[in-house]
Design a protein around this ligand. Structure first.
Ligand SMILES: NC(=O)c1ccc[n+]([C@@H]2O[C@H](COP(=O)([O-])OP(=O)(O)OC[C@H]3O[C@@H](n4cnc5c(N)ncnc54)[C@H](O)[C@@H]3O)[C@@H](O)[C@H]2O)c1
Length: 256
């Protein structure tokens, strides 16, 4: 039976919480009863976002590429009773975020490092720092944000797709390590989402990009008791974008 999503008494850690899906996830989890540790590198936006949520939001400024930041978040979560939910949203295409719109073979190595480290290593660091609290509690869920680019590839922001496909496998490893302790791990993989207006131009079968809540609703479901048997899996929420890349083979005329 489908239960109302309720996070009363839960402690959630969300990375990339100052903007977009991370911000709405933090807002919604707080509204549904959780204490939320909000992590982001953008100190000003994070302070404003956490301030608007109020007393159940705890701002934790830092860069997910630094393991010390993940440890800070883990300390804050421990002081609140231990982490139940981790959602890793910090990420972005390195070509866009580092303003380096050249093919992979011309990308500066710093841009390559950014793409891999923010999108893959950040999630790895946070899971490593927070999972012991879940194992101790014999309960928890880790939800990583993937991307359809992890299936499609990108010749410019090549590390973005590489890192995101790494997360598809990462949650399998987490599921195997966490399973005996009732700790689940999933990947939610968006197509275009209107956290940026520019995403409205990306083709999907539905002919539009997702509203932010159409992804956040799935993240909330995955982190709730309703998803208690879902682990180790990747959940594509892309308005049918990936279907559009299947080659169409015309049916042969049936022999009479
Ligand atoms: N928006 C889309 O269309 C889309 C599509 C597919 C996948 N995704 C993925 O979903 C996730 C959320 O996307 P969004 O559009 O809501 O994001 P967003 O761009 O609105 O927010 C990302 C947040 O991450 C933070 N961040 C960036 N680098 C960081 C770092 N090194 N350390 C800590 N924080 C850092 C930023 O400050 C920002 O607040 C991302 O991982 C993104 O790759 C988004």
């Amino acid at each position: 039976m489908l239960k109302d999503v309720d996070f009363t008494g839960k402690v959630a850690v969300v990375t990339g919480a100052a903007s977009g899906m991370g911000l709405m996830t933090a807002q919604e989890m707080a509204r549904l009863g959780a204490k939320v540790v909000m992590c982001d590198v953008n100190a000003a936006a994070l302070a404003e976002a956490a301030g608007e949520i109020g007393g159940c939001a705890f701002a934790c400024v830092g860069d997910v590429r630094q393991y010390a930041h993940a440890e800070d978040a883990a300390k804050t979560a421990a002081s609140l009773g231990g982490c139940d939910i981790l959602v890793t949203c910090a990420g972005g295409n390195e070509a866009r975020c580092c303003k380096s719109n050249v093919p992979f073979y011309e990308q500066p190595v710093e841009v390559i490092d950014w793409g891999l480290d923010v999108n893959l290593k950040g999630a790895v660091y946070f899971a490593r720092a927070l999972m012991p609290q879940m194992v101790e509690k014999k309960s928890g869920v880790i939800c990583c944000l993937g991307s359809v680019t992890g299936f499609e590839g990108d010749g410019v922001g090549t590390m973005y797709g590489t890192a995101k496909s790494g997360l598809f496998n990462f949650v399998k490893g987490l599921a195997l390590a966490g399973g005996p302790h009732n700790v689940r791990a999933v990947c939610v993989t968006p197509g275009p989402v209107l956290t940026r207006a520019a995403m409205s131009g990306m083709p999907t079968a539905l002919g539009r990009a997702a509203e932010t809540h159409e992804l956040v609703d799935v993240i909330l479901f995955m982190c709730s008791e309703n998803a208690s048997f879902i682990t180790g899996s990747n959940h594509v929420v892309d308005g049918g974008r990936l279907c559009m890349y299947q080659p169409y083979v015309a049916p042969k005329e049936t022999a009479k």
